[in-house]
Design a protein around this ligand. Structure first.
Ligand code: SIN
Ligand code: NI
Length: 260
């Protein structure tokens, strides 16, 4: 496992709780960044395992994201990062959750060519959870800016609930939703980062990623953490379908390990 020891400042915590996201620089050392890039490149091409490629080349979704879910189940090098307490512990401190479990990881590549933005959305409506107490770390494995798919976040939008799930291939306008009336898209922060840095965002925070107009993939690893005790809502999801979970049952056990 990675050492923990990332200094989370009072300012990081205050900023996250107020705005629903925060940037944390250099969460990886240069050597760790190289190691994670190598593991990620290996696992993206590995078919037939326990991770899940959610879209095939040429599909509408692939133009938005070349995504593989639960890379940690296929590659020990990915598990070393995904299951580390370093990221989970920062998530716990920022959120104030009473313990943090893994929901899933996902490698998120924006491919060069006919790349589409990741439309404005909230993550939580996609997740089969009763409680809205889940969040993500998004680690940049390449330097990111508006040309290759950096993220944008709307400060304070994590307070907005009960919005619909956005179709990322044929997106609706999240801001047009009646419940989003008070959210000002012009206040969105554009988060440019160096590789090895990251953001944390609440599952309800409005976010977006630019299209990749460069010649190289934009590589990111996101890990979804939930508060220990979060329960299954019964909704369909690739990570819970087929597990025989009863609605209202806690998401726990070896597939959803407690990390912090
Ligand atoms: C992206 O990486 O393009 C989007 C990530 C997210 O929606 O969390
Ligand atoms: Ni998202």
């Amino acid at each position: 496992m990675l050492d923990s020891g990332i200094e989370v400042t009072e300012e990081h915590i205050r900023y996250y709780r107020e705005n629903g996201f925060v940037q944390v620089d250099n969460i990886l050392s240069p050597a760790e960044l190289e190691e994670l890039r190598e593991a990620l490149d290996e696992v993206m091409g590995a078919d037939g395992g326990r991770s899940l490629q959610t879209s095939s080349e040429g599909s509408g979704y692939y133009r938005v994201l070349n995504q593989r879910v639960n890379t940690w189940r296929d590659h020990g090098g990915m598990a070393r990062f995904v299951l580390s307490s370093r990221f989970a512990d920062v998530a716990r401190q920022l959120s104030g959750y009473n313990g943090v479990r893994l929901f899933h990881d996902h490698a998120l590549f924006k491919m060069p060519g006919d790349s589409k933005p990741t439309a404005w959305h909230q993550d939580w409506p996609y997740w089969p959870m009763n409680e809205a107490r889940a969040m993500s770390i998004w680690i940049a494995l390449d330097d990111v800016d508006e040309r290759n798919g950096c993220m944008m976040f709307v400060p304070k939008s994590q307070r907005i609930r009960n919005l619909r799930t956005i179709d990322l291939v044929d997106p609706q306008d999240l801001f047009a939703d009646e419940g989003a009336k008070e959210v000002d898209r012009n206040s969105a922060a554009i988060v440019k980062m160096k590789a090895g840095s990251c953001t944390f965002h609440d599952g309800l925070t409005f976010h977006y990623a630019h299209a990749n107009t460069t010649e190289r993939p934009r590589r990111a690893l996101a890990i979804v953490f939930m508060e220990d005790g979060t329960t299954y809502s019964g909704a369909g999801h690739a990570c819970t379908d087929g597990l025989g979970l009863a609605s209202g049952e806690a998401l726990k056990g070896g597939l959803f390990p407690k990390l912090a």
